[in-house]
Design a protein around this ligand. Structure first.
Ligand code: SF4
Length: 425
């Protein structure tokens, strides 16, 4: 346990950084950019049914890869289960034990009961779907054999500290990513409107849709609910971002900091993991003196600049310091435009690395290599060659090319991401 010390002048333990892995490539990217642990779903029993997820064999390979890199793997089995869901559960749990996963993420008490009986050697983490909002609930779940709680996203820092003071088990908290307008996913909006059940991992995100008003005696007459001529998105929350609150969270004794986004791109996973890793590494180096007042610790400004480039709906601290209000929603659009876009991923290192294009890449483009840490290396694409040795001036998404740049990208590492300013050559 990363327990808070009685004097804040003590250097706190740096918590685990837990990143989403919607598929194998996203897992590799999260590990490349500094995750200590990743979470993923199997083909069954997992929310985020459309995230890609892992077959038994691929999961085994993924766990092996992660362990070789010193990274832990947690498996989500966090649906709210119906009786029919239990038929294949034991077999699935045993396959996870064989794959040597490090923990199960569960929200349903029935699944917890079966997991403790069938695979008691695998630790269980309670999912945020269980909505733990107080110390008594935390004690209850620890008494049920859970080793870690992911607390509800609706807690303030003070409430988190109060829970921390009363329990000794591990506490995990979401620090970044999309949030619901309901208590962490306990929402029937998607089921009602599209038949896709958020509690079974199939949310269609109708909270992000555009809505109009209908008066009951005037069916068919749709009155606009407008902030401007693009309409309004009345339930559309900004994304959680607790980057600036990290010093206080770390000092408060969080054991694990979780990033949301198994459905998101490798660019998001890599970009967000990279910045939180850099922030935690920065905090790790601070002298004891700095921890006397964690609220006064300032992170390097470049971290905020970089996190804004990872693709979000704008940032909110949600309930961290105060109850969120209307300003924490975005009424005008479903997402915020990104100023940068990924162009390629490095597939083989070298003076001219082999890269796989993710967007159109042309000679003459100014691009940046995202180093793990805070820095990027700017380069200009001078020449490209296909794997057959033919020169080309353009690579389309999916194409693999040898990339000759000025200066040469010798520092480019396998699985590193290249990006560029949108709309610039
Ligand atoms: S519709 Fe929105 S609020 Fe409801 S579960 Fe889906 S993402 Fe969450």
């Amino acid at each position: 346990m990363n327990k808070k010390e009685s004097s804040k002048a003590h250097v706190p333990t740096i918590p685990e950084l837990l990143a989403p892995a919607g598929n194998f490539e996203k897992m590799v990217t999260a590990i490349h950019y500094g995750a200590d642990a990743v979470y993923m779903g199997g083909k069954q029993f997992s929310l985020r049914a459309k995230a890609g997820n892992f077959s038994d064999q691929v999961m085994k390979e993924a766990v092996e890869y992660a362990h070789e890199h010193g990274v832990k793997v947690y498996i989500t089995i966090n649906i709210l289960a119906h009786n029919r869901d239990f038929a294949d559960l034991d077999q699935y749990l045993l396959s996870l034990r064989d794959a040597r996963v490090d923990a199960l993420i569960i929200s349903d008490p029935g699944i917890l009961l079966r997991a403790r009986k069938t695979v008691p050697e695998i630790p269980v983490h309670l999912s945020t779907q269980a909505n733990v909002t107080n110390a008594q609930a935390a004690k209850f779940w620890f008494e049920q054999g859970v080793s870690r709680l992911n607390l509800a996203r609706e807690l303030s820092l003070q409430e988190f500290e109060e829970v921390r003071a009363e329990v000794s088990g591990e506490l995990e908290i979401f620090v970044h990513g999309a949030i619901c307008i309901s208590y962490s996913g306990r929402c029937m909006l998607s089921n009602y409107m599209t038949g896709r059940d958020a509690n079974q991992g199939a949310c269609a995100h109708p909270c992000r849709y555009k809505y109009k008003l209908v008066e009951e005696k005037r069916p068919g007459e749709y009155f606009p609910v407008e902030e401007d001529d693009r309409g309004t998105y009345i339930f559309n929350s900004k994304d959680l971002c607790l980057l600036q609150g990290l010093p206080e969270l770390v000092a408060s004794g969080a054991d694990s900091l979780k990033i949301e986004g198994r459905m998101k791109s490798i660019f998001y996973v890599g970009g967000v993991t990279r910045i939180y890793r850099a922030a935690l590494d920065f905090l790790k180096e601070l002298p004891e003196e700095a921890w006397k007042n964690p609220a006064e610790i300032k992170l390097p400004e470049i971290l905020a600049t970089e996190i804004a480039k990872t693709g979000t709906r704008g940032g909110t601290e949600n309930f961290f310091k105060q109850v969120p209000g209307g300003s924490e929603m975005i009424y005008t659009t479903t997402r915020v435009d990104m100023e940068v876009e990924p162009v390629a991923v490095i597939r083989k290192e070298g003076v001219a690395p082999l890269v796989e294009a993710r967007n159109v890449l042309e000679t003459g483009y100014s691009i940046e290599y995202m180093l793990p840490g805070m820095e990027c290396i700017p380069v200009v694409v001078q020449r490209m060659e296909t794997e057959k040795g033919e020169e080309t001036v353009r690579a389309n998404p999916g194409n693999r090319v040898l990339l000759y740049t000025d200066p040469p990208l010798e520092q480019g590492k396998l699985n590193g991401i290249l990006r560029r300013q949108k709309g610039k050559s």
